[in-house]
Design a protein around this ligand. Structure first.
Ligand SMILES: Nc1ncnc2c1ncn2[C@@H]1O[C@H](COP(=O)(O)OP(=O)(O)OP(=O)(O)O)[C@@H](O)[C@H]1O
Length: 274
């Protein structure tokens, strides 16, 4: 018998003010899988992630967490099953960084011992490279530092959830958008480790090169539908890049790998050519 996916979206359809945002979309994610979701601006990626997280109820279709519909799960149970790092979450209050990360832990890990809590928070701070900022007021951080704190908060929640639930997921919306190059790589390495530890990971990423380097699967969303779903070498193709992103190759080679390197020196947008 096949294992129940950690997350399953079945024929999810979502409309806002009469406009279709997500159209009959089905997707499954299993334990240990790292799935990158990509696509043009406005394609529906954030909407898809919020629906998957159980934050938004779709107009039609079902969202299943470990086989149970999301809306049937009490909040604490859903929080133990999946941690979410949203796109540009505002932290509008003065709080030490360690306490913000602690909030991630406390929602789920109320029964944990103080020692376990302290160690989980320390591990999350380390993994996001914000340990040195633990005592800083979060409202004084740079954009990239704040993004790494939110990543640490999600990791702390995920670890707290391990006491309640084996089959968990980490959902990330553009987690590297504000990060410098080295932190993009270290965050993606941390994400990969989380997946290798058996957690199902779904990350919205615009950087197809990083997505191809770290994800097992790339799901390309276009106009609220899945335009491609498979391993990087099957999804990041010239045909997909032309069809979904409207870019075409302008040099003879695009890197020496099975997956083309998607960088401005190799590609162009014909309509914008001078
Ligand atoms: N509450 C809303 N009311 C009206 N339109 C909305 C609402 N939420 C999302 N949309 C629209 O739905 C579409 C999909 O939005 P979404 O944020 O999911 O896109 P995205 O793929 O994450 O885009 P980006 O890459 O720019 O972050 C967009 O056209 C957006 O304007």
């Amino acid at each position: 018998m096949t294992e129940t996916p950690v997350l399953a979206l079945e024929h999810v359809h979502h409309e806002v003010a009469g406009r279709t945002i997500v159209a009959d979309l089905s997707l499954t994610v299993r334990s240990g899988e790292c799935v990158a979701v990509t696509g043009p601006n406005g394609a529906g990626k954030t909407s898809l992630l919020r629906i998957a997280a159980g934050e938004v109820h779709p107009s039609r279709g079902r969202v299943l967490w470990n086989g149970t519909e999301a809306w049937r799960l009490p909040d604490w149970r859903l929080a133990a099953m999946r941690a979410v790092m949203s796109q540009s979450t505002a932290i509008g209050f003065s709080f030490p960084v360690a306490d913000v990360v602690g909030l991630g832990f406390d929602g789920v890990g109320r029964r944990a011992s103080p020692d376990l809590r302290r160690r989980a928070i320390a591990r999350a701070l380390e993994a996001a490279d914000v340990f040195h900022l633990a005592a800083r007021d979060v409202s004084t951080l740079s954009g990239g530092e704040r993004q790494r704190v939110l990543f640490a908060k999600a990791l702390a929640q995920l670890e707290a959830g391990s006491a309640e639930e084996q089959r968990r997921a980490l959902l990330l919306d553009e987690p590297i958008a504000s990060l410098d190059l080295s932190h993009q790589i270290t965050l993606m390495q941390a994400v990969r480790r989380v997946a290798d530890d058996g957690v199902a990971v779904v990350a919205v990423l615009h950087d197809l090169n990083l997505a191809a380097a770290f994800a097992d699967r790339i799901v390309v969303v276009h106009d609220g539908r899945i335009a491609a779903d498979g391993p990087p070498e099957a999804t990041v193709t010239e045909a997909m890049l032309a069809r979904v992103f409207g870019i075409v190759r302008r040099t003879a080679t695009v890197g020496a790998r099975a997956v083309p390197v998607v960088a401005p020196q190799f590609w162009e947008v014909p309509a914008l050519r001078s």
